[in-house]
Ligand binder design. Sequence first.
Ligand SMILES: Nc1ncnc2c1ncn2[C@@H]1O[C@H](COP(=O)(O)OP(=O)(O)OP(=O)(O)O)[C@@H](O)[C@H]1O
Ligand SMILES: [Mg+2]
Length: 274
Amino acid sequence: RRAEAERRYSADLERAVEERTRALSDEMRERKATEQRLGALQADLVQANKLAALGQITAGVAHEVNQPLATIRLLAENGLAMLPDARPAPPEVAGNLATIVRMADRIGHITAELRGFARKATGRTEPVKLGEAFEASLLLHASRLRSDMVRVIAPPIPPDLAVMGDRIRLEQILVNVLQNAQDALADRPDPQIVVTLRQTAETVTLSIADNGPGLSPEAAAKLFIPFTTTKPDGLGLGLVIAHDIARDFGGSLRADPPAPGQGATFHLDLRRAP
Ligand SMILES: Nc1ncnc2c1ncn2[C@@H]1O[C@H](COP(=O)(O)OP(=O)(O)OP(=O)(O)O)[C@@H](O)[C@H]1O
Ligand SMILES: [Mg+2]
């Protein structure tokens, strides 16, 4: 009898171990899948940010090239007009000047096209769940926030609260603002990010405040101008991109004016989805 009981006991134990092992490996599989999804999402965002940066750079270059180009064209035209008075007229000059004018026109067409391309917003907006986008953005920062011991205080966002936008690009805004907050909080004794949510019938405002050093007056004055950065490895494009996207959504991104002893606060205004 005792042998029988022992046998049953060990069979039970084995079964329990087996079940637990199965549960654990299920969990591990799920974790791995989540990690993969997260990795793909992050890659998408990085890519979207790079494309947006490329757009900004292209627009900037096209703009800068146009100025000297217009001068080149004008001078060539002037030369062409003055040529008949020059005695003796050197043989190939007229042809060369005409070619310069044509080439300048051609470059002008290319830069105009580049500018048009860079400015093209996808334009389409659709209802996006704000809570999901926010959670996903936060998740992308989770490991660094944890390792930097940053406390994130965020309100529950109603799961059905939707705003007009586009999921990836909305996350792009949030990721850029969170990234800046995180950068500002490096080496702070009690790093903290406080998120607040305000709603009206037509709008939703998500505010992200950090307790870092705050914006310098110079940075605040040029916040949304490309290539202004105070970071050694910054591009100075994050907020420009975020600002453009918010505007495409029919919303806005703004910062509180700097105040001594206060961190930075950014407000993202979005249209509420009907
Ligand atoms: N939360 C913040 N606290 C303090 N300064 C900030 C904060 N957010 C932005 N800034 C200032 O605004 C500048 C511009 O920010 P932006 O995100 O556009 O560019 P960046 O972070 O310098 O570079 P990147 O292109 O990598 O984002 C920063 O260099 C910084 O000086
Ligand atoms: Mg940035």
